[in-house]
Design a protein around this ligand. Structure first.
Ligand code: FMN
Length: 190
């Protein structure tokens, strides 16, 4: 499996990092794009350097490089995750504004009928945010806010994060890995 992964400037850069680590451990090929503000949140919110984060992916591209492979539908990927996804990037994807590689790759993912998951993070949500999410959900995009699974009684923030990223990964494989991603004994994803 091959996924495009984007990290944008919403709070929660560690979600993107843990997601990349998970995909690496599963042997999934990743193509990473980090927006300018995604780079800033990695530096501000985590102890990872940009070099370390880029090292978790098979390939990395600049967000302003619209000639990079994920900008084309002929680059075959099984899907794309934007994790975390800012409201700005959400809005751009919702209106088809392809001025960055992340927005273009998301548009390509939709037009090619591939799976797109947006790990949107903002609170509270305005009607603009909600309308953008609804528009994309109606197109088949998975809107996946990183909501903690309190019913699992997580003992740490990292445990909460691990649960979220496993469930995002399961979006791309509704078969075996989704079962692995769900905690034993919990019949639904709640
Ligand atoms: C520390 C910090 C935290 C932010 N958190 C959020 C957030 O949680 N959600 C959001 O939509 N925007 C957030 N923003 C604003 C975005 O970074 C800003 O809208 C930016 O233009 C997004 O660009 P991008 O989507 O290309 O990364 C935050 C900005 C900073 C500096």
């Amino acid at each position: 499996m091959r996924l495009v992964v984007a990290i944008t400037g919403a709070s929660g850069a560690i979600l993107g990092i843990r997601f990349l680590e998970l995909l690496q451990s599963l042997g999934i090929e990743t193509h990473l794009i980090i927006s300018k503000w995604g780079q800033r949140t990695i530096i501000d919110e985590t102890s990872y350097s940009l070099t370390q984060v880029k090292g978790l992916a098979n390939s990395c591209y600049d967000d302003d490089d619209l000639s990079a492979p994920p900008a084309s539908g002929s680059f075959h990927a099984d899907g794309m995750a934007i994790i975390p996804c800012s409201m700005k990037t959400l809005a751009k994807v919702a209106c088809g504004l392809e001025d960055t590689l992340i927005a273009r790759a998301a548009d390509v993912t939709i037009k090619e009928g591939r799976r797109l998951a947006l790990v949107v993070r903002e609170a509270p949500l305005s009607a603009i945010h909600l309308e953008n999410m609804l528009k994309l959900a109606r197109l088949g995009v998975t809107i996946f806010p990183p909501v903690p699974a309190f019913y699992l009684k997580p003992q740490s923030l990292d445990e909460m994060i691990q649960n979220v990223v496993k469930r995002v990964a399961a979006v791309f494989d509704r078969g075996a890995s989704s079962q692995a991603a769900l905690e034993p004994g919990h019949p639904t994803e709640g």
